[in-house]
Design a protein around this ligand. Structure first.
Ligand code: GLN
Length: 559
């Protein structure tokens, strides 16, 4: 089948869940028997998301082939249950860079290279290349930003040109916000009408309008939108807030969105009941009642008065996937590690948790608080799962408090430490000296050999795995023997470079930390084995605590 392209653009404002809509429609089309992939276009100049402050931009999601992308790519992977590659992500910076490089290499045969059509043409080339590589029947293309802003205009032009070139194979969807102002108590369509007008000004006519709102859009408003915007009534799809984003594909299916999209291309569904597993999972989510409390100790949590869990979205989703698979309800507590530096006694609050995760991170802020967290978890037998920085700092903590190397540290923070237990990867020295920070970390999937009989090997039920990386520092092998003699087990090693990938403690309910980012490979229908194992330990702690409590109650009863 020839590739079909579906552009998804946003109206009224950003942050209404265009990524979730794109991923959910992808899931629905997959469920109808079509190979579907998704592309994210970001309007900023950064060549990738790797150089941006996560508080501003959210999580940097890493693909198997080592691209540092927008978190929406993570959503696509989770909803489509497939790996997405570098070709499926582009930014203004990336597009311009290749146009300019091609011009420098005389790639335009001496003619004048112009913003239009050369930039949109480059966008189209990239979209078509990604389509060919993924062999997809349907290619969803999400254009970042909002209709009417200056930044994404060339991407909209690419969407328009593709439609003009192949009208039968290109569709346009507007995802727009319908506010329900509390003072009025009624859903307003006017902002969306303006958005559609701007969209038409850019030469695009929406085939579908997805109405994102606090509530489901009603008939009169569907009619109104259809009338004022030229979209058939049936093609206004409601997308009200739901308790879990994983419900959105079901919501779309109920409204026949997938079939309508197929019909607009003149295609019929190839499969029935394709969402059966998904439905089962959503039922599991809805029915999960028993709470398990997981603390995520990090630093990128707030801006002004707002708490940003988006920075760790894949970690959060991976915890949820594991919890739901066990029929439990995860309760996440976001803890800023600096709190333990300012008020050391507050560390005791960790004992109320069933498990603790320290996710990836950079720089010195909050590091001592994280080390205190790890020490507390190790000594008080609280399940601990360290990810990347969380692994490096677990090694630092062990070196300081078990081997008594008081100044042990990572050279990322203290270059002069006499015990640099974590140090710069040798191949990182040059880019650091030359100031080449963008896209130069150790990125993407690398193999890891697992040591037989360890918790890691048991959890994975494998001898070798591949996991995704994003770091510049690593365990310093000079200290391997001494630290192993002191009891830390090196349960995962990269076979090609002999790098430490996993450390664990056998005499602990769960103390395991990894140099990689397992959270990027967790999927709702296929939770990550290490997260599952960690979650089981957290649940066991909760059960143990409850038993203790009831024993205490019995004990305190007067005889
Ligand atoms: N800052 C550490 C490094 O660069 C850890 C990176 C991470 O946690 N992703 O190695």
């Amino acid at each position: 089948m020839e590739h079909r392209y579906i552009f998804v653009v946003g109206g009224v404002m950003s942050g209404v869940g265009k990524g979730t809509v794109t991923a959910s429609l992808g899931r629905v089309l997959e469920a109808k028997g079509f190979r579907t992939t998704a592309i994210k276009i970001d309007p900023y100049i950064n060549v990738d998301a790797g150089t941006m402050n996560p508080v501003e931009h959210g999580e940097v999601f890493v693909t198997i082939d080592g691209d540092e992308t927008d978190q929406d790519i993570g959503n696509y992977e989770r909803f489509l249950e497939e790996d997405i590659y570098r070709d499926n992500y582009m930014t203004t910076g990336r597009v311009y860079l290749s146009v300019i490089e091609r011009e420098r290499a005389l790639g335009y045969n001496g003619r004048c290279v112009e913003v239009v059509p050369d930039v949109p043409n480059e966008v189209i080339d990239r979209i078509e290349r990604a389509a060919t590589k993924s062999e997809a029947d349907f290619v969803l293309v999400e254009v970042g930003g909002t209709i009417g802003e200056y930044q994404n205009i060339l991407f909209l032009e690419a969407a328009r040109m593709m439609r003009q070139k192949a009208p039968d194979r290109v569709r346009h969807i507007l995802v727009s916000y319908m506010p329900v102002p509390p003072s009025i108590g009624e859903m307003k369509t006017k902002p969306t009408q303006y958005a559609i007008r701007s969209m038409m000004g850019a030469g695009l006519v929406p085939d579908f309008v997805v109405a994102r709102s606090e509530m489901q859009i009603d008939e009169p408003r569907r009619r109104k939108l259809s009338l004022t915007c030229g979209v058939p009534e049936g093609c206004v799809i409601g997308s009200p807030n739901v308790p879990s984003i994983y419900e959105v594909p079901l919501l779309f299916e109920e409204q026949g969105f997938g079939d309508l999209v197929l019909k607009s291309f003149g295609i019929v569904s190839k499969k029935k009941n394709g969402l059966r597993d998904w439905k089962k999972m959503v039922t599991h989510i809805r029915e999960s009642k028993e709470e398990v409390k997981i603390g995520v100790v990090g630093k990128y949590f707030s801006t002004g008065n707002f708490v940003l869990s988006d920075v760790y979205i894949s970690v959060l989703e991976a915890i949820k996937h594991a919890a739901w698979a066990r029929g439990k309800k995860p309760v996440i507590e976001w803890i800023n590690s600096e709190q333990f530096e300012q008020d050391p006694k507050s560390i005791r609050l960790l004992s109320s948790l069933d498990g603790v995760v320290i996710p990836g991170g950079f720089g010195s802020r909050g590091v001592e608080g994280k080390i205190k967290t790890i020490q507390y978890c190790r000594e008080h037998k609280i399940p601990y799962f360290g990810l990347c920085y969380g692994m490096q700092l677990a090694v630092v903590e062990y070196a300081r408090h078990v081997l008594k190397w008081k100044d042990a540290h990572t050279t990322e923070i203290d270059e002069k430490t006499t015990h640099p237990v974590i140090h710069l990867l040798p191949e990182q020295e040059r880019p650091m000296l030359e100031g080449k920070y963008g896209g130069t970390m150790r990125l993407g999937a690398y193999p890891c050999r697992l040591k037989k009989g360890t918790i890691a090997a048991q959890a994975y039920r494998a001898a070798r795995v591949e996991e995704r990386h994003r770091h510049r520092y690593e365990f310093n092998n000079v200290y391997r023997q001494a630290i192993a003699d002191a009891g830390l087990v090196f349960s995962g090693i990269n076979p090609d470079q002999n790098l430490v990938e996993i450390v664990e403690l056998p005499e602990h309910p769960f103390f395991l930390a990894v140099q990689f980012h397992p959270e990027f490979q967790s999927r709702p229908l296929h939770p990550h084995p290490l997260f599952l194992r960690f979650f089981d330990a957290a649940f066991a702690r909760k059960t143990g605590k409850n038993q203790e409590k009831s024993l205490d109650k019995k004990r305190s009863k007067p005889l």
